[in-house]
Design a binder for this molecule. Structure first.
Ligand SMILES: Nc1ncnc2c1ncn2[C@@H]1O[C@H](COP(=O)(O)OP(=O)(O)OP(=O)(O)O)[C@@H](O)[C@H]1O
Length: 235
């Protein structure tokens, strides 16, 4: 397994938000974590990226138990997160934002040049706007830039929080296609969503409810039982 979360309990102050959560992600998989508002999905990602630490249980990435490993070290190991709220620098250009993705990145200068070419190939809409200010991009283009920048840091497992939030269905489909292309290129994904759209591209899905594991299924099976999914997502 590339990522194993084993019986993790965690929260803020005295508030326990995640109760005995377990999940696994194999190399090359796209795994979705679905759950209604406030169920602890973002808290789980904070825990995986190192912003929060487990009270009990363990997180293992590629054989390394992470414990209190800081975010920068996790990113260097290849466990990366697309920042909440897209996290791009509005006043910098598209090209500058992409270059920043390599700051914590791995590989040689030549690798990074090739990564940038590959990212621009994935996002033709960005390649024509390298000198444009990030603030001038549409919401969908900003999400593409955030994804492109994350790819520049050569993730092995990329965690994505609410990729589809506030975007038109066509834009979401384009972004999902890029995720599928990146998976072909060897990136593993953990996609956290409040909506069932991500089931279309993922292999397996964990449903969380009130900070607990509720269900784990092949995404294709869940897609066939829409009633079940919508009953869980109502909260
Ligand atoms: N920094 C914080 N301090 C205290 N409590 C928090 C903090 N962040 C989140 N919580 C609480 O933890 C619980 C889970 O929140 P979390 O944001 O992880 O849920 P979520 O499933 O990601 O929901 P959403 O989809 O709305 O982001 C909520 O009850 C929330 O109020």
């Amino acid at each position: 397994m590339l990522l194993t979360v084993d019986g993790v309990t965690a929260g803020y102050g005295r508030l326990e938000v995640l109760h005995d959560i377990s999940l696994q992600v194999a190399e090359g998989e796209i795994v979705t974590v679905l759950g209604p508002n406030g169920t602890g999905k973002t808290t789980l990602l904070r825990l995986l990226s190192g912003a929060l630490h487990p009270w009990s249980g363990s997180v293992t990435f590629d054989g390394t138990t992470l414990g209190r490993t800081v975010s920068e070290r996790r990113a260097a190991l290849g466990l990366c997160q697309l920042p909440e709220g897209r996290g791009i620098f509005q006043t910098l250009t598209v090209g500058e934002n992409l270059d920043l993705g390599t700051v914590s990145g791995r590989g040689s200068a030549e690798d990074r040049r090739r990564d940038k070419e590959r990212v621009l190939g994935l996002f033709p809409e960005l390649s024509g706007r390298l000198d444009a200010q990030a603030a001038s991009l549409s919401g969908g283009q900003q999400q593409m830039l955030a994804l492109g920048r994350a790819v520049m840091s050569r993730p092995r497992l990329l965690m994505v929080d609410e990729l589809s939030f506030g975007l038109a269905p066509r834009v979401v489909s384009d972004l999902f296609q890029v995720i599928l292309d990146l998976r072909e290129g060897g990136v593993t994904f953990l996609v956290v969503e409040q909506q069932a759209a991500a089931l279309r591209i993922s292999d397996r899905t964990y449903v969380l409810r009130n900070g607990r594991n509720q269900l784990e299924r092949a995404s294709a099976d869940l897609l066939r039982s829409e009633d079940l999914v919508s009953s869980y997502l109502r909260g």
